[in-house]
Write a protein that binds this ligand. Structure first.
Ligand SMILES: Cc1ncc(COP(=O)(O)O)c(C=O)c1O
Length: 456
């Protein structure tokens, strides 16, 4: 869709630019190419993890080393990293305090199935940040969500989970569900080997749709709503005023637990969106950056829910109850969490990061406005996204309809060729404590160049 009076996109020009950028990429990454060819002999698709085929260019760049907000590839090229491991490295790469804690702890024991002395410190810091009194650990945000859903089902005795259309909460089976055009629930496109029809486990409503939420909860079979406070995995879709109040009021009224997933929305501040906006979840989950990129996640519950959990779970059987993981809460992850929370992702760091997010947003908006491009930029704290659509989307379906794989591909590759890494999915940029104003301005200049070449 093109806004009235806005410039239209010439698709032939997009294709020609993409071809030029592909050639440049090939010429500049011979060593990555070599490693990729070799990896094809031993790794599925030539990559250690399936998503890595989604990068711009004929193959991913292979990384030599990463520090702060930058990394260097095996061809010796340096990049400003605005992807930051899709939030896993939001604390910056190899933050000094985390690295020191890791090497100290590794030399004193990595995993024991016993608590280390850092455990209560981390629990207390999570209390302070998010307001929930009782915490448990897992290794990934996916697992924190899976375990929270199990707890919710156990204490409510209800079978279903409610999620927002086009949400992403990790590889949690129940969440791979989207709304079909007729309003029924079906598997998300691309869902691999769904264990059951997701309509059996899941109700789905659009973000910001209070009426649909109320109707779905009225069935009385929803154990929990699992929600990001703002959708961040289909571009950013912000909540409309009153949506969170309605979500909380309706879940309480219908006896449904509210799980808020702060894994990405921690970008809103040191206590995530929850603290910044006074949300009151029954359960809060978080993973990715809290241990500086070392596998670790956490989920916290209210005092009331903790009592219900105690009553509903047989502790003698809890090791085989479907919640846990041998390495969860290991000494190395706890040491990394403590160092990262105490010294890296501090309140002061968030202030600087959010100011850089504002600078990024203003830079991109300036370019969009100057060209009257039919696009916009959205920001949540230190995370920003641009989307190729004139109106700000209100729902996941609207955001999904605005995805433009061709333009994404061009912008990602154009930026990569000029020393900037964006996320491989949509157009997310994240600020770390090590990101600088120069890094942001470098992106703005490159963005201005690509837009001028596209629309100029
Ligand atoms: C909001 C949210 N929750 C959970 C996850 C899952 O994180 P992980 O892949 O580390 O388990 C993601 C991953 O992108 C996410 O965006």
């Amino acid at each position: 869709m093109t806004a009235p009076g806005a410039v239209a996109i010439d698709r032939a020009r997009v294709a020609a630019l993409l071809e030029r950028e592909e050639r440049r990429f090939e010429g500049e990454h011979p060593r990555s190419r070599e490693l990729f060819e070799r990896a094809r002999g031993s790794l599925l698709g030539g990559v250690p993890m399936n998503w890595m085929v989604r990068w711009a260019g004929a193959h991913p760049v292979f990384v030599h080393e990463a520090h702060g907000a930058r990394f260097v590839d095996v061809d010796g090229r340096e990049y400003v990293d605005l992807c930051l491991g899709d939030t896993g490295a939001m604390a910056g790469h190899a933050p000094e305090a985390t690295v020191a804690a890791l090497s100290g702890q590794a030399a004193r024991g990595i995993t024991l199935m016993l608590p280390s002395e850092h455990a209560p410190w981390v629990g207390e810091d999570l209390q302070r940040r998010f307001g929930l009194p009782f915490w448990q650990f897992a290794l990934t945000a996916t697992d924190a969500n899976r375990f929270s859903i199990r707890l919710a089902r156990q204490v409510t005795g209800r079978p279903k989970v409610l999620v927002h259309n086009w949400c992403y909460h990790g590889s949690v089976d129940e969440t791979f569900a989207t709304l079909r055009p007729d309003g029924s629930v079906g598997p998300r496109v691309g869902s691999i080997g769904p264990p059951v029809d997701p309509g059996v486990t899941t109700r789905v409503v659009e973000f910001n749709d209070v009426d649909a939420l109320e109707a779905a909860l009225a069935h009385g079979d929803v154990a929990c709503v699992l929600a990001e406070p703002a959708l961040t995995n289909i571009g950013i879709v912000l909540p409309e005023p009153g949506y969170h109040d309605a979500l909380r009021e309706l879940t309480r009224r219908h006896g449904t637990l509210l799980i808020i997933d702060e894994t990405h929305t921690i970008c809103a501040g040191p206590g995530g969106y929850t603290r910044a906006h006074g949300l009151e979840p029954d359960i809060l989950t978080i993973g990715k950056p809290i241990a500086g990129g070392v596998p670790a996640s956490a989920y916290g519950v209210t005092g009331e829910l903790a009592a219900r959990i105690e009553a509903a779970i047989d502790r003698d059987l809890s090791d085989v109850g479907g919640i846990g993981g041998t390495l969860a809460g290991n000494a190395l992850s706890l040491a990394a969490m403590r160092a990262t929370l105490e010294h890296v992702l501090t309140d002061a760091a968030f202030e600087r990061m959010i100011a850089l997010g504002e600078r990024f947003e203003a830079g991109v908006k300036g370019v969009i406005d100057a060209h009257r491009a039919p696009w916009h930029v959205t920001r949540l704290g230190c995370r920003a996204e641009y989307l190729f659509r004139p109106e700000v989307p209100r729902t996941g379906a609207e955001a999904e309809a605005a995805m433009d794989a061709e333009l994404d591909g061009l912008i990602h590759l154009y930026a990569l060729n000029r020393g900037i890494l964006l996320t491989p999915f949509h157009n997310m940029a994240l600020m770390s404590p090590a990101t600088t104003a120069d890094d942001v301005d470098h992106h703005t200049a490159v963005y201005a160049d690509v837009v001028a070449e596209l629309l100029g």
